[in-house]
Design a protein around this ligand. Structure first.
Ligand SMILES: *[C@@H]1O[C@H](CO)[C@@H](O)[C@H](O)[C@H]1NC(C)=O
Ligand SMILES: *[C@@H]1O[C@H](CO)[C@@H](O)[C@H](O)[C@H]1NC(C)=O
Ligand SMILES: *[C@@H]1O[C@H](CO)[C@@H](O)[C@H](O)[C@H]1NC(C)=O
Ligand SMILES: *[C@@H]1O[C@H](CO)[C@@H](O)[C@H](O)[C@H]1NC(C)=O
Ligand SMILES: *[C@@H]1O[C@H](CO)[C@@H](O)[C@H](O)[C@H]1NC(C)=O
Ligand SMILES: *[C@@H]1O[C@H](CO)[C@@H](O)[C@H](O)[C@H]1NC(C)=O
Ligand SMILES: *[C@@H]1O[C@H](CO)[C@@H](O)[C@H](O)[C@H]1NC(C)=O
Length: 705
């Protein structure tokens, strides 16, 4: 092996006190032919973010990004080229852009075949633009681990993969994730080839169209080592021909997102050692099947988004190994039984989106492992403090997430809320909770998401609301909150991204030179008193995509920075103020509401993707032709155009063919003259108002439509 050079960087030590004997890091340089194979592979790859920059001619390929070599032989045994996944949920556009760029594209060169000792190949979550999975992968006989998930391959799965008899882990899931073009669907007409994979422990074919592969159960059932099977969204609709299954080692089964109906296939109940069963997103109905009670090893059970419509059977609560239970999005009725306290291992419990009524039993206090509870969207009728009382007994220190939104909860929030020190998600919106927001909210130092909107909370906002420094989402909209809020309240909310606070009786007093410590994407402060001066602090919100400062008592000329201050604005509502001035251009992508202000001058230009425009009750003047005929439109997205009660004059121009999407048009109460043009009649209106103008002539025949 002349190509192998061994470097002994470390050394042998014998420590005086004993027999500690450590052999240092003997490092082996990579094999020339393998380095060459990798470089050839790289030539066919498009690497826009230069992720493979370490892959150079001279170097030791064992140090290249994504490459691992055997320390003793120098052979490449692992190639992991999955892009680094960003690990936070709220990504900025820039972060999404970086992630997108880091996906490798191009072709997969057969030079990989020269890596004779490659046992681990991960190309997942790159973007191979719908090319087929290369057949030659079936000849890489040493592969133990193959992950191509989410890497945007298309077409049929190559049967040659069935030659990989050492393979233990095969992930071909979500090959076309995020691509909803049905033509590019990956499909398999039969799965006979899988029977060659006798070492397989893990198989994921999620998203592959298996509607024609009626042998899927027979074949996978015969894989003697299979532990984990994921067939989510595989278009499985039939209860396959009844066979006696004897998956000897299966412990995780995922059949979510298929069309399985109307009842749980019987063969599943014979899998007594199953630990995880996911049947969510199917069309299962009726009773939750009794036979599940024999599957006493279950730790994870997901029956969400089906059509089960019974009450929750008592025996379900005896599955005392369950750590995760979701019955979300069914039609379950009745009360939650006090036997819920028997779910002693439960960590995450989701019963949301059903028709459960009555109260939450106090036996909740027995669920000492509970970390996430979601009972939202039910008909639970109770005083909120009782539920918090039970929870404070089981898990106040550890509960991370509590969602009780959209129920009939009443009563007050009191200081016990402050006990939940680990809470990061709290939603109580759409209930009838009244009283103050307790000062103890300041103790929730992990709180990221806080939603108490649409209740009857009143009084001042406590200054302690400034203390949950982790807060990213705050929704206090549609309550009866009142009083003056100072900029101090926001002084430590540096992570705030979403502030929804419209429809209260609050007043904001900020110094004219205040610079907010946060960069919000959404600010909704409709019905606050923000004026009479235009809030200058908004100019520092460079990420803003939704802004509502309607009915905010602002009587001022809109400063010019406002009209070009963000290219990301999607929805803008500044209606019902006394705003003045001319608007050069409206850089907003979807919705603009300027109603009831004192804007003057010609109608402003708009972006091609704007859909809803309210210009009503202003003093816009001049003719319509610049606005309607000269705007450069992409696809005509405009759906609603409200121009009534302005000072628009001149004739209605004949340019309507380019605005074919308009369904609602109101030009009433202006000074429009002349006749109604033919092209106007060719639109498909739901609502048209031309009242109170000075129009003349005949109605065009086209309007008869
Ligand atoms: C090979 O060496 C590296 C570092 O030199 C070490 O992290 C790794 O665990 C070793 N692998 C094996 C299989 O010995
Ligand atoms: C690989 O699989 C194909 C089709 O399944 C088969 O025709 C071929 O003989 C196999 N090749 C080897 C080397 O086993
Ligand atoms: C059950 O498994 C054994 C061994 O894997 C196999 O030989 C047998 O055919 C299987 N039986 C059925 C009914 O699939
Ligand atoms: C549970 O298993 C036992 C023994 O295998 C069987 O007799 C019983 O009928 C099963 N119960 C249900 C509800 O399937
Ligand atoms: C389940 O809960 C009920 C009511 O709380 C109780 O009577 C029963 O003994 C519990 N069952 C088990 C198995 O713990
Ligand atoms: C804008 O705000 C006003 C007042 O708050 C509200 O009535 C209106 O519905 C909002 N406009 C849109 C399009 O939502
Ligand atoms: C029109 O806007 C003015 C403010 O410019 C307001 O006072 C008036 O109430 C609005 N009229 C209607 C009908 O909304």
């Amino acid at each position: 092996m002349s190509a192998v050079t061994v470097f002994l960087i470390g050394f042998v030590t014998i420590v005086a006190t004993g027999i500690t004997f450590c052999v240092g890091n003997s490092r082996v340089l990579c094999i020339d032919s393998e380095r060459q194979a990798l470089l050839t592979f790289k030539q066919d790859i498009i690497d826009r973010s230069n992720r493979l920059s370490s892959w150079g001619d001279g170097g030791d390929c064992c140090n290249w990004v994504g490459v691992s070599c055997n320390n003793f032989t120098g052979h490449v045994y692992k190639l992991d080229l999955r892009p680094p996944t960003p690990d936070y949920a709220i990504l900025s556009d820039a972060e999404i852009g970086v992630y997108w760029l880091s996906m490798l594209r191009g072709k997969i060169n057969p030079s990989l075949l020269l890596l004779k000792h490659l046992s681990h190949l991960d190309l997942s979550y790159n973007n191979f633009g719908d090319i087929r999975i290369p057949q030659f992968l079936g000849s890489m006989k040493s592969l133990i681990y193959l992950d191509l998930s989410g890497a945007k391959f298309g077409g049929a799965l190559p049967h040659q993969l069935g030659n990989l008899s050492k393979l233990q882990h095969l992930n071909l899931g979500d090959l076309n994730l995020g691509d909803n073009s049905i033509n590019r669907l990956v499909e398999a007409r039969n799965l006979q080839w899988l029977s060659g994979l006798s070492s397989l422990k893990y198989l994921d074919l999620s998203g592959v169209d298996l509607s024609k592969a009626t042998d899927w159960l027979q074949v996978t059932n015969k894989l003697p080592s299979l532990i984990e099977l994921h067939l989510s969204a595989c278009f499985l609709d039939n209860d396959p021909p009844p066979i006696r299954v004897n998956y000897t080692s299966l412990s995780i089964l995922d059949l979510s997102g298929n069309y399985i109906s109307p009842s749980v296939p019987k063969w599943i109940f014979s899998l007594h050692s199953l630990v995880s069963l996911d049947l969510s997103g199917n069309a299962l109905g009726g009773l939750i099947p009794n036979s599940l009670q024999n599957m006493s090893s279950l730790k994870f059970l997901d029956l969400s988004t089906n059509s089960f419509d019974s009450s929750i059977p008592g025996w379900l609560y005896n599955l005392n190994h369950l750590e995760f239970l979701s019955l979300r999005g069914n039609f379950l009725q009745g009360k939650i039984s006090s036997a819920i306290g028997n779910l002693s291992s439960i960590v995450r419990l989701d019963l949301s989106g059903n028709q459960l009524e009555g109260t939450v039993p106090t036996s909740l206090e027995n669920l000492v492992n509970l970390r996430q509870l979601d009972l939202s969207n039910n008909k639970i009728d109770q005083v909120i403090s009782e539920i918090l009382q039970s929870l404070s007994r089981c898990c106040s220190d550890d509960l991370k997430s509590l969602n009780m939104a959209t129920n009939n909860l009443s009563g007050h929030l009191n200081d016990q809320l402050g006990l939940f020190k680990s809470l990061s998600y709290l939603s109580l919106s759409q209930n009838s909770i009244s009283g103050l927001i307790p000062i103890s909210i300041g103790n929730l130092s992990s709180l990221k998401y806080f939603d108490v909107s649409e209740n009857q909370l009143d009084g001042n906002l406590p200054q302690s609301l400034a203390q949950p420094m982790s807060l990213e989402y705050m929704n206090i909209a549609y309550n009866l909150l009142e009083g003056t809020v100072s900029e101090l309240l926001f002084s430590s909310l540096t992570r705030l991204r979403v502030l929804r606070a419209s429809q209260n009786k609050l007043k904001f007093e900020a110094n004219s030179n205040w610079i907010p410590p946060f960069q919000c994407r959404t600010i909704e402060m409709g019905y606050w008193l923000l004026g009479p001066k235009f809030p200058t602090w908004l100019q520092f919100q460079k990420d803003l995509s939704t802004l509502d400062i309607s009915s905010a008592g602002i009587s001022d000329v809109v400063p010019s920075w406002f009209w070009n201050f963000t290219s990301k604005m999607v929805s803008l509502n500044i209606s019902h103020n006394g705003l003045e001035g001319e608007i050069p251009f409206l850089p907003v992508h979807k919705l603009v509401d300027l109603r009831s202000n004192r804007f003057t001058g010609p109608l402003p230009g708009v972006l091609p993707d704007v859909a809803t425009l309210f210009f009503t009750n202003n003093s816009f003047s001049g003719s319509l032709s610049d606005f309607l005929c000269d705007n450069k439109l992409g696809k005509p997205k405009l759906f609603l155009l409200q121009l009534e009660t302005n000072l628009l004059s001149g004739e209605i121009p004949d340019c309507w063919l380019k605005w074919r999407g308009i369904r609602v048009l109101n030009m009433g109460n202006n000074n429009l003259t002349g006749k109604i043009p033919d092209s106007l009649g060719s639109l498909d209106f739901m609502f048209l108002n031309l009242r109170n103008n000075k129009l003349s002539g005949e109605l065009p025949l086209t309007l008869q439509k």
